[in-house]
Design a protein around this ligand. Structure first.
Ligand code: SF4
Ligand code: SF4
Length: 402
C-alpha cells in the first residue's frame, strides 16, 4: 500500500513503524471474514481492512472525527486478523499507534473520559479493586440483574505448597486475578510442585501494565512495567528460570516489555531479559514430563476457550488442549474457536452491546458438546464467560490440579 504520512510524524519511531506496517498490507481483505466485529456489523470500516484504511488517512493528516474513533474503539484488538493475514501485517501494533494519534486529535466526551479514568484508577490496583468487589458482593441482592451477574462469587484458594525446590520460577500475581480467582496461581504452584519446581510470588509486583496500555495511558503503563521489573530482578539475579504467566492477557504484554521499553536508558536491557524469560504456563508444562499429572479425569468433558491473547497474540495454539487430553480429559468440539468471547480487557465495560453478542455466540459454541466444564487461560475471559455460562468456568490449570 502506498503511503504519504505527515512530515513530523513520518520521522518518529511510531511513524516509521506505522509506515512499514501499512506498506505490508496489500488490501486483499482475507482478514475481513475472520473479524468478529465485521461478522456482527457487516461494515467494512468495522473490519481490519477498513480500520487500516482509516488509520492510514489519520496518519496522512486527513480529518479525524468521532466516527473514526468509534470504528477504532469497536475493534477488540483480538488480532484474529493477524492470524489470517498472509502478508504478516502487524495490525495490533498499528491500531495501537492509530488510537493514540486519534485520542490526541479528537479527545473524548467527558463521560467516556470519566469511565476510562475510573477503570485506570481501580482495575490495576488489587486492594482498590478488591474493596469495590467486596462492596459489590454485599450489595448484590439490591443491584439490577444485569449488574449483579457481573460480580463473581468469592473463590477459595487451596494452599500454596511450602516445599522448596532447586528449580525456581517466578509468577505474575497481576491485579484482578488475586481477588477474583486466587486459586489459579495456587493451582499452578501445586502442579509445578509435583514437577519439583518452586513457584515464587515477588513482593511489589502487580498489574502487568495492560489496563493502562489499552486505555492509551502509556506513561502509566511503563511505570507498571518498571515496578514489576524491579520486583522480579533480585529473583532473576538469584537464578529464577522463568517468569510464569497464568493469564494470557498479561503474558502477551510482559513478553513485549523489551520492545515497549526499548528507549528507556535504565530499563531497556532488563526489560529485554524479562521478556525473554516470560512463558505462558502451557509452554512451561509442554516442556516437562507430565506423566505424574495423569489423574482420575476419565470421562470428564471440557470445552476449552482459547483466549485471543493466547492463540492470536502469542500464537500458542492447541498446547493447552494437548495437555488436558494427556491428563485424561475429553475435549469437546468448539465451532468458531478463533473468535473472541467479547471480554477483551476493558471492552466488556466500554462496548457492552457488542461484547454481549459475542459472549452469547461463544457460549453457544462452547455448550454444543455438553461439557462438564468450560476452561480457559485468561482471567478476563473466565470472569466474562462465568456471568452467563450454565456450567462452571475454570482456569484450565485448576483442572490439572484435581
Ligand atoms: S491486513 Fe493482511 S489480510 Fe488484511 S487486507 Fe491487509 S494484507 Fe490482506
Ligand atoms: S483485532 Fe479483532 S476486532 Fe480488531 S480488526 Fe482485527 S480481527 Fe477485527
Amino acid at each position: 500500500m502506498q503511503t504519504s504520512l505527515t512530515e513530523p510524524f513520518k520521522n518518529s519511531d511510531a511513524g516509521q513503524e506505522a509506515e512499514r506496517i501499512l506498506r505490508a498490507c496489500v488490501h486483499c481483505g482475507f482478514c475481513t471474514a475472520t473479524c468478529p466485529t465485521y461478522r456482527l456489523l457487516g461494515d467494512e470500516l468495522d473490519g481490519p481492512r477498513g480500520r487500516i484504511y482509516l488509520i492510514k488517512q489519520v496518519l496522512e493528516g486527513h480529518q479525524v472525527t468521532a466516527k473514526t474513533q468509534a470504528h477504532l474503539d469497536r475493534c477488540l484488538t483480538c488480532r484474529a486478523c493477524e492470524s489470517t493475514c498472509p502478508s504478516g501485517v502487524q495490525y495490533g501494533r498499528l491500531v495501537e499507534i492509530g488510537r493514540h494519534v486519534v485520542e490526541q486529535r479528537v479527545g473524548r466526551p467527558w463521560r467516556e473520559q470519566f469511565i476510562h479514568g475510573a477503570l485506570r484508577a481501580l482495575v490495576p490496583y488489587t486492594a482498590r479493586f478488591g474493596a469495590l468487589l467486596n462492596l459489590g458482593r454485599a450489595l448484590k441482592p439490591l443491584l439490577p440483574k444485569s449488574l449483579a451477574q457481573k460480580i463473581p462469587a468469592r473463590q477459595h484458594s487451596k494452599p500454596w505448597p511450602e516445599q522448596s525446590h532447586r528449580r525456581k520460577m517466578l509468577v505474575l500475581d497481576g491485579c484482578v486475578q488475586p481477588v477474583t480467582a486466587p486459586n489459579t496461581n495456587a493451582a499452578a504452584a501445586r502442579v509445578l510442585d509435583r514437577l519439583n519446581i518452586q513457584l515464587i510470588r515477588a513482593t511489589g509486583a502487580g498489574c502487568c501494565g495492560a489496563v493502562n496500555q489499552h486505555l492509551s495511558a502509556r506513561d502509566q503503563a511503563f511505570d507498571d512495567m518498571r515496578r514489576n521489573i524491579d520486583a522480579w530482578w533480585p529473583h532473576i539475579d538469584a537464578g529464577a528460570e522463568a517468569i510464569v504467566m497464568t493469564a494470557s492477557g498479561c503474558g502477551i504484554i510482559v513478553k513485549d516489555y523489551g520492545e515497549l521499553l526499548k528507549h528507556d536508558a535504565v530499563y531497556a536491557e532488563k526489560a529485554r531479559r524479562v521478556a525473554d524469560l516470560t512463558r505462558d504456563i502451557s509452554e512451561i508444562l509442554a516442556a516437562e514430563d507430565l506423566s505424574a499429572l495423569r489423574n482420575a479425569t476419565r470421562g470428564i468433558k471440557v470445552a476449552f476457550h482459547a483466549p485471543c491473547t493466547l492463540q492470536h497474540g502469542q500464537q500458542l495454539k492447541h498446547l493447552v488442549e494437548k495437555i488436558l487430553r494427556g491428563a485424561g480429559y475429553i475435549l469437546t468440539p468448539v465451532d468458531d474457536s478463533h473468535l473472541c468471547c467479547g471480554s477483551a480487557g476493558t471492552y466488556s465495560v466500554l462496548q457492552p452491546r457488542l461484547s454481549g453478542q459475542l459472549l452469547d455466540n461463544k457460549l453457544q459454541s462452547l455448550s454444543a458438546g455438553m461439557p462438564d466444564y468450560i476452561a480457559t487461560a485468561n482471567i478476563g475471559c473466565q470472569l466474562h464467560m462465568a456471568t452467563k455460562a450454565n456450567v462452571p468456568v475454570k482456569a484450565w490449570i485448576e483442572l490439572l490440579d484435581r
